[in-house]
Design a protein around this ligand. Structure first.
Ligand code: ZNH
Length: 141
């Protein structure tokens, strides 16, 4: 569970990240596909070259969804209901792949926001993204 300080840290980080959602999201996706090449088959209909329009658009969707969660941390499973259905039941995303994406997202945040991504902030992000992972990969249906 997140403390009030951690929620605040995520909210203020989100204010910086939101305007750059597509560029930062595309970088995270490009890294993810290099670090976890087995997942390229999920995106065979995309242009997977660095900074491609497909990666910008998909990266933005992922980052915006992360932001929707930050705005409503106490209701994460409700906010994510459609994305849980997609990732758990339709795509059947593996836990290992979800972990690799979370890792590449954190590396991308650290690289783009070196001053803001303090160890305390990283801890809050880790806790939040692990909560999100558990919600997106719920086994409840
Ligand atoms: Zn995912 C999709 C988010 C992880 C795979 N995604 C998606 C979307 C979103 C997301 C928002 C869109 C939806 C619509 O359109 O409706 N994801 C997300 C997040 C995360 C994720 C937030 C974490 C954190 N995913 C993931 C992983 C994978 C995936 C790990 C693999 C492995 N997704 C996916 C796919 C899709 C998605 C395949 C579809 C794409 C297209 O478009 O086709």
């Amino acid at each position: 569970c997140l403390s009030a300080e951690e929620k605040e840290a995520l909210a203020s980080f989100w204010a910086k990240l939101a305007p750059e959602a597509s560029v930062v999201g595309a970088e995270a996706m490009f890294r993810f596909l290099e670090v976890c090449p087995a997942t390229k088959s999920y995106f065979s209909h995309f242009d997977l070259s660095k900074g491609s329009p497909d990666l910008l658009s998909h990266g933005e969707k992922i980052v915006i969804a992360i932001g929707e969660g930050i705005k409503d941390l106490d209701n994460l499973s409700t906010v994510m209901i459609a994305l849980t259905e997609l990732h758990t039941n339709k795509l059947k995303v593996a836990l290992e792949h979800m972990k690799d994406l979370i890792c590449t997202i954190m590396v991308t945040l650290a690289r783009n926001y070196p001053d803001d991504f303090t160890p305390e902030c990283q801890y809050a992000w880790k806790k939040y993204l692990w909560m999100l992972r558990d919600v997106l990969l719920s086994k409840s249906s």
